[in-house]
Design a protein around this ligand. Structure first.
Ligand code: ADP
Ligand code: ZN
Ligand code: ZN
Length: 668
């Protein structure tokens, strides 16, 4: 039989087993010098090795499969599609259950078997929820009508249109039918509200799964889900593998969010796997967003998914007016133009909240010598160092890519000039100047630096929510699905940086982020206003944003992607390599390309030439990449296997680290 053993080898291993065992059970096997716990994936042996030559399984560890048949299929498919070692894929899906052998093996105790606990038949929500609006009702009815089979839906609803209520109603209906629900959200720490809303409506039926859980908590939640103790699995990316049987519906909130793609190791996309899981489980899946990804919109155009629209905000709430403030005509004081500063002052007088959105954390993104042009740069990365901290207390130059830090020099290290200029406004600098300008206001900064302490983020979000904070200043953490009822003004300090990037997806991400952060304003009765400071107020994309015309943007962006031959019209895969010596990674990729025999013949696969990565040096390593593209996925996968074999056989590979990224979300 075939066993997924958690080691970095792409295929499974064949073993002999006399005892009865089913796919999805764990077994203890000898592997090299070690004994490891692996997962049975197939019976009988798929390999051609005669049974007599196979090693024997030492023990069968589960009486019943740990993983259901559709979930096991999902794992095998994912290992194949993302070209990742199957044992590591299974290990990622089974927290703490595969790997090194336990000291004692006693299959009879079987701690993971489904509990027979009877604690919790589903009883509908206690506080009656508001009656659904007509478009919400239609959306829920459509999903209910599709129950019992696969169907893909896109819930495209503007910010504040009541998407979350639709998710809750669809999940509750699935529960009433005796089924369970799987709900994926981007980042639970950032949006504890959605968890609270599900829990309030569905009671104790919700099991929450996310990466900040301690291993024991994670395992406990996993076991309760598998045992059927919870009726809803709600979690971030890895929850797509949650052990939920009898699924009735799968929901992916903010489906465009890049956190669904794992950027290292097993580089899967949880939204895409959620759709596949829905197929395998034969249930409807709903992808929700105010700003759907171009991938998803193309699927709607091609009639693979059906779009459900929530065109307006709930009740009296209106979408905020968006104004573009021309930085060429308006003076800038401490990063703010007068109209934005005045609008903030108004909000303070009215007891309403403002949010300032900046792209950069830290004090100033650039430290520059105006005499000779020297800039503080990282020694290990192709990147500028960012100045952190205020001059009064412990300022520091920090690299946002490798974490290196050092004290800023007093004199220019190149020409000795005595004064270095701090250019641009990071969140710390904005916070400092806001405190000076509005001494009576409570200013709350929310970015990665200010929420390092456990619990800090939750505290800050609570103060934002309750209205105790008057001004919120922060990075894109503030652009997520928050619902701050007193927030009526959003200011975007530095929009232009986002328009320059080597990554073809940067514009899409930028537009999504702007509309999402704009969507925080005016969600309750008081109308909202958004002000975007820019030196390019005529930029056509900004003009579309100012009209909330996401569809207009998407149409244009899809046309551009199609003519450029980019995703979602073509599929991409990257072979990335990095080395300590300059040039070695590039040379390695050139060899791999040669050994793989160039392009796949006649099947549309195109293999580019290896190139240095846009950020060539990072963490002291020199990086290069090789792009493979194809209009169809199957030949791309076949060709990638060839490429990987070529890479694995290179002796130079010992000095070069390489990895494969199928459907890469960032090309940097
Ligand atoms: P979205 O997820 O689309 O941003 P939410 O589901 O958060 O929108 O809804 C926005 C606000 O409207 C929330 O405060 C929510 O409680 C409220 N809301 C949603 N649906 C209804 C409804 N049918 N009736 C009254 N209020 C609603
Ligand atoms: Zn100088
Ligand atoms: Zn660095």
């Amino acid at each position: 039989m075939r066993v997924a053993v958690p080691v970095p080898v792409r295929s499974g291993f064949d073993y002999r087993c006399e005892a009865p065992v089913a796919p999805g059970c764990r077994v203890l096997v000898p592997h090299g010098q070690r004994r490891l716990v692996g997962l049975v994936t197939e019976l009988p042996a798929a390999g051609a090795v005669p049974a007599a030559r196979l090693k024997s399984v030492e023990a069968v560890m589960d009486r019943a499969p740990l993983v259901s048949a559709p979930l096991l299929q999902l794992l095998l498919w994912a290992a194949d599609y993302y070209q990742h070692p199957v044992g590591e894929v299974c290990k990622a899906a089974l927290p703490g259950l595969l790997g090194t052998a336990p000291r004692t093996v006693s299959p009879s105790s079987d701690p993971e078997s489904p509990s027979s606990d009877p604690e919790s038949p589903f009883s509908p929500r206690k506080p009656p929820s508001p009656p659904l609006s007509a478009p919400q009702r239609t959306a829920v009815d459509e999903i209910n009508r599709a129950a019992g089979g696969f169907a893909g839906f896109v819930l495209h609803g503007v910010t504040g249109s009541g998407k979350t209520e639709v998710y809750i109603a669809a999940a509750a209906d699935a529960l009433r039918r005796g089924r369970r629900a799987l709900v994926l959200v981007p980042e639970i720490g950032l949006t504890p509200q959605i968890v609270a809303r599900f829990q309030k409506s569905l009671g104790g039926a919700v099991g929450v799964f996310h990466s900040a859980l301690r291993p024991a908590e994670r395992r406990d939640t996993w076991r309760k889900l598998r045992g059927g103790f919870f009726h809803v699995a709600l979690g971030t990316r890895s929850a797509v593998f949650a052990p939920v049987d009898k699924l009735g519906v799968i929901i992916v909130d903010e489906e465009h969010d890049s956190s669904y793609k794992q950027q290292e190791g097993f580089r899967y996309h949880a939204r895409d796997l959620a759709v596949l899981r829905a197929r395998l489980e034969n249930v409807p899946v709903m992808l929700g967003s105010a700003t759907p990804s171009l991938e998803t919109l193309l699927n709607v155009r091609q009639k693979k998914y059906r779009a459900l629209h929530l065109p307006a905000r709930i009740g009296a709430a209106k979408l905020p007016r968006i104004a573009l403030l021309d930085l060429r005509k308006l003076p800038l004081v401490d990063g703010l133009t007068p109209p934005l500063a005045d609008a903030m002052e108004q909000r303070l007088r009215r007891g309403e909240q403002s949010l300032l959105f900046a792209n950069r954390r830290g004090f100033a993104p650039v430290l520059l010598c105006t005499a000779c042009g020297w800039q503080a740069r990282c020694d290990s990365c192709d990147a500028r160092l960012v100045l952190h901290g205020t001059r009064a207390r412990n300022d520091k130059l920090a690299c946002h890519h490798c974490g290196a830090g050092r004290a800023p020099p007093d004199l220019c290290p190149q020409c000795g000039a005595p004064e270095l200029r701090r250019i641009g406004h990071g969140t710390q600098r904005l916070e400092e100047s806001l405190r000076k300008r509005f001494p009576a206001a409570v200013v709350e900064r929310i970015d990665r630096d200010s929420v390092r302490k456990r619990g800090a983020l939750a505290e800050k979000l609570k103060r934002a929510q309750s209205g105790a904070a008057n001004i919120l200043v922060g990075t894109r953490m503030l652009g997520k699905g928050h619902d701050f009822p007193r927030l009526t003004l959003v200011g975007v300090v530095d929009v232009d940086r986002g328009f320059y990037s080597a990554d073809f997806r940067a514009l899409e991400t930028q537009v999504q982020q702007l509309l999402q952060v704009a969507g925080r304003a005016g969600r309750a009765e008081a109308p909202g206003e958004v002000m975007i400071q820019t030196v390019f107020p005529d930029n056509p994309v900004l003009q579309l944003i100012a009209r909330h015309d996401f569809n207009g943007f998407a149409e244009q962006a899809l046309a551009e992607r199609e003519s450029a031959g980019f995703p979602p019209y073509r599929h991409f895969a990257l072979l990335r390599a990095e080395s300590e010596t300059p040039g070695a990674a590039l040379a390695f990729l050139a060899q791999v390309k040669k050994n793989a025999g160039g392009e796949g013949e006649g099947d549309g696969v195109a293999l580019m030439d290896p190139v240095p990565s846009p950020m060539e040096k990072r963490r002291g390593r020199h990086r290069a990449q090789l792009l493979v593209q194809s209009p169809r996925r199957k030949p791309l996968g076949d060709f990638l296997r060839r490429l990987i074999r070529a890479a694995e056989s290179r002796r130079a590979a010992r000095k070069v680290r390489w990895s494969v990224d199928v459907d890469p979300m960032e090309m940097l």
